[in-house]
Design a protein around this ligand. Structure first.
Ligand code: NDP
Length: 330
């Protein structure tokens, strides 16, 4: 069994020396436990936060120990009722080849119903994040003009498409390459998109949404957030999902300079965590599952092969190497 340990807490951009791929014995399941061979591992931006010691909504990864993350695998030995060898399960013991867990931490998934990797992405945590953040936190309603950043990523691509499918009057996305921008417009049906590296976000947003925006779904923070506040219409809503532009900062980033605009617009800005919205999971699967199955909602995955490339895949997400959900295939 090979597993990734955190050796030291990264300062700024994580460096390879902060991590080690360690060889250990394949663990043995006790009564009530299952042994799982992982097939797909998730790497997500929030993991950067868990590498730091700062207090947050989840505990920091422990130094010298295996890291954690979403994963899907096959049960190869079961000492638990209700789960048998050969079953596939979604669980939280990623960054390793083999995992032992109490059966209560393993959720059975059906490999016939959807490709296994989708339980980590379009039908999984990032999908629910898009759904809950847009519909609940941003109180999306038909006719809204919606702007989403990180729009070619796992969460962002789904936000834009759900908004379109639910009757947004205009959907605008931003992403970090011209290819991603093309994908948004030509394949995902965004009405407009721009490359934030090609000019000031505020100018490009004003051009794409001359009459302003009702909803901003923030995956990025920084200039994007300031630009969105500047384009907010009366009654506008901003759902703060992530701020990936600041995750590797060593100093606190400056805040938006134009917050006073929230007064004129009666605008609202609100952060959310997907973990608080799992009550929406059945509704999410019921509504979004058929869109994915029929191809009305499209998704991409960037698949990196091999446990030895797990760290590079994670760093790749922070750099923008991915289009759609970044997945590690074992
Ligand atoms: P993505 O698939 O969107 O991957 C991250 C993307 O961020 C990269 O592909 C890159 O795309 C973009 N990016 C990186 N650096 C910058 C930068 N400086 N400025 C603008 N864009 C940048 O990841 P996810 O879909 O998994 O996550 C998206 C966001 O949602 C993250 O901020 C994450 O932390 C957050 N999140 C929050 C949750 C919650 O419960 N609140 C749950 C899940 C995710 P590009 O090429 O376009 O730059």
């Amino acid at each position: 069994n090979r597993e990734w340990h955190l050796l030291s807490r990264p300062v700024g951009w994580p460096k390879p020396e902060d991590f080690a791929l360690v060889e250990t014995e394949v663990p043995t399941p006790r009564e009530g436990q299952v042994l799982v061979r992982n097939k797909y591992l998730s790497v997500d931006p929030y993991m950067r936060g868990r590498m730091s010691a700062a207090k947050s909504y989840t505990a920091p990864f422990e130094l010298g120990k295996v890291m954690q993350g979403g994963a899907v695998g096959e049960v190869i030995e079961s000492n638990a009722e209700g789960i048998a060898a050969g079953d596939h399960v979604l669980h939280f013991f990623g960054w390793r080849e083999y995992a032992v867990m109490d059966a209560k931490h393993a959720v059975k998934v059906d490999p016939e119903a959807a490709p296994l990797s989708t339980y980590l992405g379009v039908l999984g945590m990032t999908g629910l994040t898009a759904y809950a953040g847009l519909l609940r936190t941003a109180s999306f309603k038909e006719g809204d003009v919606v702007f989403v950043s990180g729009a070619a990523g796992a969460v962002g691509s789904q936000v834009g498409q759900i908004a379109k499918l639910k009757g947004a009057s205009r959907v605008i996305g931003s992403a970090g390459s011209d290819e991603k921008v093309k994908l948004l417009v030509e394949e995902y049906g965004f009405d407009a998109a721009f490359n934030y590296k090609n000019g000031a976000v505020s100018d490009q947003l004003r051009e794409a949404a001359p009459d302003g925006i009702d909803v901003y779904f923030d995956n990025v923070g920084g200039d994007h957030l300031e630009a969105a506040i500047g384009s907010l219409r009366e009654g506008g809503r901003i759902a703060v999902c992530g701020m990936i532009s600041v995750y590797n900062n060593t100093e606190p980033a400056p805040g938006p300079k134009n917050l006073a605009r929230l007064i004129q617009t009666r605008g609202r800005i609100e952060g959310f965590l997907v973990g608080d919205h799992y009550d929406l999971q059945p509704q999410f699967v019921q509504e979004v599952g058929p869109w994915v199955a029929s191809g009305q909602l499209k998704y991409r995955e960037t698949v990196v092969e091999g446990i030895e490339n797990n760290l590079e895949a994670f760093l790749g997400v922070l750099r923008g190497d991915n289009t759609g959900k970044m997945i590690v295939k074992l």
